[in-house]
Design a binder for this molecule. Sequence first.
Ligand code: PMP
Ligand code: GLN
Length: 389
Amino acid sequence: MKTPIQINSRFPQMGTTIFTVMSRMAAECGAVNLSQGFPDFQAEPALFDAVHRHMREGRNQYAPMAGMPELRQAIVDKVAALYGTRFDVESEVTVTAGATQAIFTAVAAFVRPGDEVIVFEPVYDSYVPAIETVGGTAVFAQLKYPDYAPDWAQVAQLISPKTRMIIINSPHNPTGSLLSADDLDQLAALLRGTDIVVLSDEVYEHILFDGEQHASLCGHPALAERSIVVSSFGKTYHITGWKIGYVVGPAALMAEFRKVHQFNVFTVHTPSQLGLADYMQDASRHLGLAAFYQEKRDFFRELMAATPFKLLPCRGTYFQLASYAGLSDLPDRDFAEWMTREVGVAVIPVSVFNADGRDDKVVRFCFAKKEETLLMGAERLRKAFVKNC
Ligand code: PMP
Ligand code: GLN
């Protein structure tokens, strides 16, 4: 008889990401899936045509490790136009297999065993596993319900000689809150004179509402000189499944980033990079995104106003938080599962983004959906929660 191999798991406590759990449950239950963040509508045919053209023209072999020069140029031009900093095409931009890989690679490039990394909770779910995989320790600053604003005095107290990195995310997933120019100044003041690297997750950089301006670290010289800034084409062009993103940052940091990047992905799908480079030439495609999503946000909020959920502010991203405190005593995870099974609308429980599991009875809805999907979701909520309906 064969003895089965014994695995002493390196990650005995690690579960499955909530996005996979909830999307799977939504599919099993036939629920309207407003949980995992992805659009249910198509990108423009011009983008597909561009990729096909490059495939047919034979652009199908390895791209350079840092990314196709055409795409790096388009990224550098976009960043310069928006934030006023011109990164070097050769040494200061790298194309990645999405933002998740960029984040993991940046953490692996800078964080040594025993180092501390400051993150803000609710914290996007890939940050802490990346930190712990390389032997670092996550240290938690709080963005507190209901406004989720950073407390820089608390951050100052968390900085120690072991702090190697601080990870920020604006517009913020899951809360939809934003960092202001003043927040960036306060962060810069805290970091002055240290060797702490900033990893800035700006994947929702183009999705801000009501005329708000994105405070990119690219546009803050004191922070830009110590930062790796991450973005993702998945969010900007409605192609989350393509898994293509990029990082920009000063050459010295980028050289370290590439030491890891070259051996965990080496390089990213060539024809997609070329197609994206063509598609980026029309700036209205990213500049129009805020208005596009504001219409969806406003439409969804109006529908939700007819339900007893209490909507929190949503200043950016394509996520809407809502308190169900008046509706149920269930913990948010149970509530999200119950909603998926019994109401037929899948959502994300926000406590999963809190290290201590703090539960404010808030769930996250994704409104990157067709009108008909949002209508169907809202109709189910009304039936379940509004009397005489
Ligand atoms: N960071 C944040 C804040 C996100 O919301 C996401 C995905 N939605 C990512 C990173 C990962 O992006 P990608 O799909 O490009 O890996
Ligand atoms: N970032 C997306 C969200 O917040 C999901 C991405 C993923 O499934 N890893 O829903």
